[in-house]
Write a protein that binds this ligand. Structure first.
Ligand code: PBG
Length: 337
């Protein structure tokens, strides 16, 4: 064959033959992203009268309790199987321990309850179980005044209480995201003790101290005091091996599903965790990952929808069973069309 010298022992053009037409490519595609793979993060803010767009996440808004229920119903009708809720307090309700999160009549219960009522059992309702949205210093738990560090064990007790509030309000799944040691075990036993034995736990097991959470902090109105960060409790992004330890611990403590977060910069971790464990593995394509695609697309530098599809499919190819992504609605529309 001119211009195509045969490789000894390899039948030339074997791969190229199967790329010839869209139908052939479709037939042999290894990874198929479907609407079933998507979970949509939703923000709902106390005291809002109208949804408020988040500037750094085009297409994403802080919702009112009413609009979050409508949005959940819309996602359900598009076939999206799950949402994860981030309830946010009024700015004046933040305090050092994030107590507004635990108020049984507060935004946690009202937002989860409204979504539950809107969708019945037709949509999996998850709740992010953390306190940074509710603390005035922006850390994910109580800060020990003596050390200036987050007090792991005192924080875990609050997470356990919060998980029960979320479960009572109707969450199918609670998702502890604070990276405190022992949080999964404490939440599991608190749920069981309160009769919520069927509430599942999706552990943010391998969660990195990533700069990619920037736009989330705008969406959730979180500022860490003194320009601080979460490197004392979230993982160092230079480390791959310790992710395996984190995941093993969370499963031993009772996690029903584990998550790797962010997604694209940690595909090696997703692949390794997938090989290692038998529970469902999720990955969170985070706010910064979404914002980069949106910003570049806005400038006409990339084809946004094409890059979104490629990126989220790559997360699935690496081994994720489902992906939390701000593209969920858009992708569901595109995939369903
Ligand atoms: C903590 C939490 C964060 C995100 C999800 N849960 C922020 C953080 O750890 O600082 C980030 C999600 C995103 O960037 O999309 N409540």
């Amino acid at each position: 064959m001119p211009g195509n010298p045969p490789v000894p022992g390899f039948p030339t053009r074997r791969l190229r033959r199967l790329r010839r037409t869209p139908a052939l490519r479709r037939l042999v595609a290894q990874t198929r992203l479907t609407v079933d793979d998507l979970v949509a993060p939703l923000f709902v803010a106390d005291g809002l009268t109208e949804p408020r767009p988040v500037a750094s996440l085009p297409g994403v808004s802080q919702h009112t309790v009413r609009s979050v229920a409508d949005e959940a119903r819309r996602l359900q009708s598009l076939g999206v199987p799950g949402v994860i809720l981030f309830p946010l307090p009024r700015p004046g309700d933040k305090d050092p321990s994030g107590s507004a999160a635990l108020d049984p009549d507060g935004i946690t219960g009202r937002s989860i309850g409204a979504v539950r009522e809107a969708v019945g059992d037709g949509l999996v309702v998850m709740a992010d179980c953390c306190l940074d949205e509710f603390t005035d210093h922006g850390h994910c738990g109580i800060v020990d005044p003596a050390t200036g560090e987050v007090d792991n064990d005192a924080t875990v007790e609050l997470y356990a209480e919060l998980a029960v509030v979320q479960a009572r309000a109707g969450a199918d799944v609670v998702a502890p995201s604070g990276m405190m040691d022992g949080q999964v075990a404490a939440i599991r036993s608190a749920l069981d003790d309160s009769g919520r034995t069927m509430t599942a736990i999706l552990a943010y097991a391998a969660k990195y101290a990533s700069a990619l959470y920037g736009p989330f902090r705008e969406a959730a109105d979180v500022t860490i005091v003194g320009g601080g960060d979460r490197t004392g409790y979230q993982q160092d992004w230079r480390n791959g091996r310790e992710a395996v330890t984190e995941v093993d611990l969370d499963i031993a403590e009772g996690a029903d599903m584990v998550m790797v977060k962010p997604a694209l910069t940690y595909l090696d971790v997703v692949a390794e965790v997938r090989q290692r464990v038998d529970v469902p593995v999720a990955a969170y394509h985070v706010s910064g990952e979404y914002a980069m695609v949106k910003a570049a697309a806005e400038r006409g530098w990339i084809d946004g929808p094409a890059v979104a599809l490629e990126q989220i499919t790559a997360v699935k190819r690496a081994g994720a069973d489902f992906v939390l992504t701000y593209f969920a609605g858009e992708l569901a529309e595109a995939l369903g069309a």
